[in-house]
Design a protein around this ligand. Structure first.
Ligand SMILES: Nc1ncnc2c1ncn2[C@@H]1O[C@H](COP(=O)(O)OP(=O)(O)OP(=O)(O)O)[C@@H](O)[C@H]1O
Length: 430
């Protein structure tokens, strides 16, 4: 055995020595021939996915990370890295440096190896990469099917893991660190007319599944909703439910703090795709010039409100709104009649949703959520009182929260409603 090692070592030494004395052209020729010769015997091909390519994040590297991470908990592998970071919902698994795993795609084994190292040079930073090896006869399958499949799966994993974030604008920019919203409001917990809720959920789902349709008819893939109604009727709650349903980030825009139409345009351009842009109390943010009568906006308003109506219209449906896709605009107001009709038009505000004072049906949904009861002998009193008063779901929810005892809670609400009826009757007599 020792003599074999000695022979191999001598061959290597002779080869290196000879190689050093050969002219460069001949050396290059020999290595090319040598590589060709070894390739003939090697049946595998390897693809390398570096984390960064020309200082841009390599999407294939990221996708492989997510895709492989999903299979890691289910396969036998000696070591894995497990993480839970703030802005993802679930545990994330990743491969340890210099380890390998086999993924089976269409019954074909795909061998993945993960590497990391430190770059040489002035700034020492970590370089990470995956190597994917497969039998060379599957090269076309890998490029045409396997890699696109990984990209698609990774997108789905990303969507599933995402947490909803709230972005707010400050000093003409979106704040660099959005807040993670853990708002528990969903369409299940929102007390709202059953038919309206169903219509809205269907509308959102239809919109989400219509990307190709919008493209086909040449329309920008965006949708606008106007939520209007008295304070406390659940406009903000509904926005949270929409964001949770779609898993979309929220960009909350206070128009009165935006310094110009130009800034408004920039803010819109820097919102992410598949997000909800909210303009709360749109009627308070801008005093509208009456476009129908043609009366000019008074100078004092022009000074106060730096965003103009035309800037806003441009923002809703101008060329700018083409930048991005899957965008939802939500405007809220307590006074729909104060909004310029131009803004309310279909295409800008496609669906107008009236959130009203608490109805008996909404009360029953709140009772189920707050008191965990679907019926009670005192319910008929509430049913009689509710049509006589203007009470918001927020007010009812506040009463129901005062005690966990259903009887005491409903009695408290009846008392509150009766007081409101009496106040109303007194005013009526005056
Ligand atoms: N329809 C509803 N279903 C369940 N809870 C509700 C509903 N409406 C209001 N609430 C409760 O009342 C609170 C306040 O409601 P919300 O902020 O959504 O009302 P709003 O219409 O946005 O009010 P405003 O016009 O004053 O901004 C919510 O946090 C929620 O707990």
């Amino acid at each position: 055995m020792n003599s074999v090692w000695a022979l191999l070592a001598s061959i290597a030494l002779i080869r290196t020595t000879l190689y050093n004395y050969l002219p460069e052209k001949l050396r290059l020729y020999i290595s090319a021939r040598f590589e060709e010769w070894t390739r003939r015997f090697n049946t595998d091909e390897t693809m390398v996915f570096k984390d960064y390519q020309s200082s841009k994040m390599n999407q294939l590297f990221q996708a492989a990370n997510l895709y492989l991470g999903e299979s890691l908990p289910t396969i036998s592998i000696p070591r894995v890295t497990v993480e839970k970071t703030e802005n993802v919902r679930n545990l994330t698994f990743s491969m340890e440096k210099n380890t390998e795993m086999i993924d089976v795609y269409e019954n074909i084994p795909m061998k993945w190896k993960y590497f990391s190292d430190y770059s040489q040079g002035m700034s020492k930073h970590e370089i990470r990469w995956y190597e994917l090896s497969f039998h060379k006869e599957y090269k076309s399958l890998v490029t045409k099917c396997y890699l696109p499949y990984i990209l698609e799966r990774a997108n789905k994993i990303k969507e599933r893991n995402r947490v909803v974030q709230l972005h707010t604008a400050a000093h003409d920019f979106w704040t660099p660190k959005p807040v993670i919203i853990q708002h528990p409001m969903t369409f299940e917990t929102l007390a709202m007319d059953g038919n309206l809720k169903k219509e809205l959920v269907e509308d959102l789902n239809r919109f989400m599944n219509s990307k190709e349709y919008y493209q086909q008819i040449g329309k920008v893939w965006k949708r606008g909703y106007l939520l209007y109604g008295p304070p406390g009727t659940g406009k903000s709650s509904l926005i949270a439910a929409m964001a949770n349903h779609l898993n979309f980030d929220i960009y909350n825009l206070n128009l009165s703090a935006v310094s110009s139409d130009f800034v408004l345009q920039n803010l819109l351009l820097s919102t992410a795709n598949r997000s909800i842009l909210v303009i709360e109390d749109i009627d308070c943010s801008i005093k509208f010039q009456n476009r129908e009568s043609g009366i000019e906006q008074p100078i004092k308003y022009q000074q106060q409100n730096k965003v103009t109506l035309s800037g806003l219209l441009n923002f809703f449906d101008g060329i700018l709104s083409c930048c991005g896709e899957g965008k939802i605009l939500v405007a809220t107001t307590n006074y729909k009649d104060r909004i310029d009709p131009a803004l309310l038009r279909a295409g800008r505000m496609d669906m107008h949703i009236y959130l009203t004072y608490c109805t008996f049906s909404a009360f029953k949904q709140l009772a189920l959520r707050y008191l965990e009861i679907s019926d009670h002998s005192l319910f008929h009193h509430i049913q009689k009182l509710l049509p006589k008063v203007k009470v918001s779901p927020a007010e009812v929810a506040g009463e129901l929260m005062k005690t966990r005892d259903p009887k005491a809670s409903i009695e408290g609400l009846i008392k509150h409603l009766e007081e409101k009826v009496n106040v109303f009757d007194c005013r009526w007599q005056l």
